[in-house]
Design a protein around this ligand. Structure first.
Ligand code: HEM
Length: 382
């Protein structure tokens, strides 16, 4: 992991220092790359009305309609819909529901569980989907649809074709009956009772952005703390563990921008049109900002303005940061007594996300559970 001025490599510019990444994220001279197939400009039409900008509804429509892949005035419009949808959510309530749901799932499972399969997507996405308009009895259907969409959502890096993303779920692929990710967009629209296309784009965008990133945060945090001695595991509140994980081992490793004109970053000229890869993970280990950066320390005191960049920053930071932390904290707390059952962690193949494929944890023995109940209760109020 290097920290040096921006440099060009393999046709892209790479930015690794914390100050340089922040400068690009705050700079109006940088745009987000367009999704494959180009943006859908103007008011979105979509699955509910049949077609979007002349395109068949599905993944192409969704990518072309969400806040994440839009710029300028259109981005402002789309982001304001996203922020409005999030404004109605109560983070403390979501945290409690995530804790309760995860606790119930763990109680019904055996003593050894794969938290990635059992909890990491199902709980955050399920809780969020219900608060965003899915009927409780359809929660699992919504989770399946969102996971299918998320597997195909992120455009592949420059140079790759626009074919299906690699994903352990196998979605999407060569499916004679139609692309399952496209179909999943239609399923989600139905579960949300076929809202207006603008609203569908906002809510589907929220759920999809939440899915893999929150799963990665839960998986990465648990894979760190469950390997530590037991007294350390329970020493810190869930929020402190998650915040340090976002610095030390963030689920969103990088994001991209395109330079609209020549721009100076860290003393280096990045030419107009350059694709710029912002290394959020490297920025979190920048020794100029974080003393002893390779030590995982949830008790770390951060200098003013020197926060992690795991949620992005600048002109378009993650609007779901509070909700993500609340949902992940609920799950983390429910698994607080568990320890690692398998030391090896394999990650999903993704250029920009770090999400464990599986993470096996084992439940504590009975005497440990009894002695930890008081601690878990007190953490619940943090
Ligand atoms: C741990 C979980 C999460 C992480 C690490 C994360 C990280 C990020 C990052 C880094 C960005 C900015 C990308 C860029 O600047 O290019 C982003 C954008 C976004 N995130 Fe999150 N996110 C998480 C969870 C969520 C959740 C739970 C939601 C919704 C409730 C959400 C909704 C969004 C949306 C809508 C955007 C696009 C914003 C825009 O471009 O206007 N995220 N996220």
């Amino acid at each position: 992991m290097t920290h040096e001025p921006p440099f060009a490599h393999d046709g892209q510019w790479h930015v690794t220092r914390h100050a340089d990444v922040r400068a690009v994220l705050a700079g109006p001279g940088f745009a987000v790359p367009e999704p494959p197939g180009g943006p859908t400009s103007g008011p979105a039409s979509g699955p509910a009305s049949g077609h979007a900008g002349g395109r068949a509804p599905g993944m192409g429509w969704l990518r072309g309609s969400v806040s994440r892949f839009s710029n300028d005035e259109e981005h402002k419009r789309r982001r304001s819909r996203v922020v409005a949808a999030l404004a109605g959510l109560n983070a403390a309530l979501l945290r409690r529901e995530a804790f309760d749901l995860a606790t119930a799932e763990l109680a019904a499972a055996g003593p050894t569980v794969d938290v990635m399969a059992l909890l990491a997507r199902r709980v955050p996405v399920g809780v969020l989907a219900v608060h965003l308009g899915v009927a409780t009895e359809n929660r699992e259907k919504a989770v399946a649809a969102v996971a299918g969409i998320a597997a195909a959502y992120h455009p592949r890096p420059a140079g790759a074709d626009d074919g299906p993303d690699e994903h352990p779920s196998g979605l999407p692929g060569d499916h004679p009956g139609g692309d399952p990710a496209d179909e999943a967009v239609g399923v989600l629209a139905g579960l949300l009772r076929d809202p207006a296309p603008d609203h569908l784009a906002a809510v589907a965008g929220l759920l999809v952005q939440a899915c893999d990133a929150t799963a990665g945060l839960i998986g990465n945090a648990l894979s760190l703390v469950t390997h530590l001695p037991y007294d350390l595991i329970t020493r810190w509140p869930a929020e402190a563990v998650l915040t340090e994980t976002l610095r030390y081992d963030p689920p969103v490793r990088l994001t991209r921008r395109v330079a609209r004109a020549d721009a100076v970053v860290g003393g280096v000229v990045i030419p107009a049109g350059a694709v710029v890869v912002l290394d959020l993970a490297a920025a979190g280990r920048d020794p100029d900002v974080f003393p002893d950066p390779h030590r995982f320390d949830p008790g770390r005191r951060l200098l003013t303005g020197a926060g992690h960049l795991g949620f992005g920053s600048g002109l378009r930071p993650c609007p779901g940061d509070t909700i993500a932390l609340a949902l992940a904290a609920g799950v983390l707390e429910a698994t607080r007594d568990h320890t690692a059952a398998d030391p090896g962690v394999v990650y999903e193949p993704s250029p920009n996300l770090r999400v464990p494929v599986q993470l096996w944890l084992k439940a504590p023995n009975v005497s440990q559970t009894l002695c930890n109940n008081g601690l878990t209760d007190s953490l619940d109020h943090v």
